[in-house]
Design a protein. Structure first.
Length: 291
């Protein structure tokens, strides 16, 4: 839940989630709609799907136990190097480092070397004796993350408070490296077409071609090309929506109709028991202004 999401946003979701699913087994018995409904509003829904798929796999193939090798952990859906190392540290107290952007920056600064010039694997491997000097390896994994977030921050590192400031090359150097810039936001333009009924309903389908919204209930959505739109569709408004590092510029159109294409279903604009992603909820809000 914490991936790309602030702690204060996550807390109520986490509490609700762990209250309902107290064990791996109970989670593994849930279905995707239930999990997505609990995740509603938190975004990045792939995390929820991967979590459920991982729970099912752990119950089915690992007898409810969490694997204790990196190789097995990496077989869980959505788990790559970073997460696998973090889990090995947190769960098994294994001496390891979860290399995310924050941690890479700490090493690069300490050596005053560009991140692209650091061979992190070799560096960690050849410094094991100096790095893993505690039995509290799970705390060490967490501590490095916190250190990157609070002390050796992306901007204005707090060198005067840093326990490494006596040996840090970045601090001593007159030619300090520049740390990696944040990823650029990519702007994309879409037309969204909503079938709307007089009963305050909107037609949604999972059959859309937009990769990052795959398998979600959405109205018809198309990349804006020359923006010539059939005049059956009425323009409602233009608005912006951000997803991850994408900024979506959206022109929203609507058409009152009682007939909808086969793959669509009607959804109430006000009251839905089913999971509706935040992206679609924003469309609901705009369309509601028609009534
Ligand atoms: S001294 Fe400054 S730059 Fe060096 S590791 Fe500490 S906070 Fe980072």
């Amino acid at each position: 839940m914490l991936q790309q999401t602030q702690v204060k946003t996550v807390i109520p979701y986490f509490k609700k989630f762990t209250k309902k699913y107290k064990t791996l087994e109970s989670l593994s018995k849930a279905n995707e709609t239930q999990i997505l409904k609990m995740w509603e509003g938190l975004g990045y829904y792939r995390r929820a799907r991967n979590l459920l798929a991982s729970a099912k796999l752990l119950v089915r193939e690992h007898n409810n136990k969490f694997p204790n090798t990196l190789k097995e952990i990496k077989k869980l859906p959505g788990v790559g190097d970073y997460t696998a190392n973090a889990l090995m540290g947190f769960i098994h107290n294994y001496p390891t480092i979860a290399l995310d952007g924050n941690v890479k920056r700490i090493f690069a600064r300490y050596l005053n070397k560009k991140e692209s010039k650091v061979n992190y694997e070799r560096l960690i491997d050849s410094n094991k004796k100096n790095l893993f000097i505690t039995n509290r390896n799970s705390d060490f994994v967490e501590a490095l993350m916190e250190f990157g977030a609070l002390i050796c921050k992306p901007k204005d590192p707090k060198c005067s408070q840093c326990c490494l400031n006596k040996s840090c090359r970045y601090l001593k150097s007159s030619n300090k490296i520049k740390t990696n810039k944040r990823k650029k936001i990519k702007v994309m333009n879409y037309n969204i077409f909503c079938y709307v009924s007089k009963k305050k309903q909107i037609a949604l389908t999972k059959d859309n071609e937009i990769k990052f919204l795959k398998n979600f209930n959405l109205p018809l959505i198309k990349e804006m090309k020359n923006n010539s739109v059939n005049k059956d569709w009425k323009f409602l408004k233009n608005y912006k929506n951000s997803i991850s590092n994408l900024s979506l510029n959206i022109n929203l159109y609507y058409k009152f109709s009682s007939k909808i294409p086969k793959s669509y279903n009607w959804y109430s604009l006000n009251n839905n028991k089913e999971f509706i992603p935040s992206f679609t909820k924003r469309i609901f809000n705009q369309v509601s202004t028609l009534f």
